[in-house]
Design a protein. Structure first.
Length: 118
């Protein structure tokens, strides 16, 4: 199983980006998923999560601006980020609970860089 994160880039304050995390390999289903981020010199922090039933949760600073979603048919998880601020600058990582033919495990994507400039 591999997770490919994409969609990062450089935007100006107030802009939007959509991050994608796509799972490939022996995938039966994806269920829970989280997006984390790590800014320079800071610890990795949880940004958003979606559970098996589709309920979502967000870190306070991104509530109302970020939306996490999942497309099981495409084995993908998304993070729509609107009204971006300089403090959103970080490397964003996805973590997805993947069920294969033989097991269920969490997998991490490789990270995608988001830079927000004023």
């Amino acid at each position: 199983v591999q997770l490919q994160a994409s969609g990062g880039g450089s935007v100006q304050v107030g802009g939007s980006l959509r991050l994608t995390c796509e799972a490939s390999g022996d995938i039966f289903k994806i269920t829970k998923a989280n997006w984390f981020r790590q800014a320079p010199g800071k610890e990795r922090e949880l940004v958003a999560g979606i559970d098996t039933g589709g309920s979502t949760e967000y870190e306070d600073s991104v509530k109302g601006r970020f939306t996490i979603s999942r497309d099981n048919a495409k084995n993908s998880v998304y993070l729509q980020m609107n009204s971006l601020k300089p403090e959103d600058t970080a490397v964003y990582y996805c973590k997805v609970l993947v069920t294969t033919t033989f097991s269920t495990n969490y997998y991490w994507g490789q990270g995608t860089l988001v830079t927000v400039s004023s």
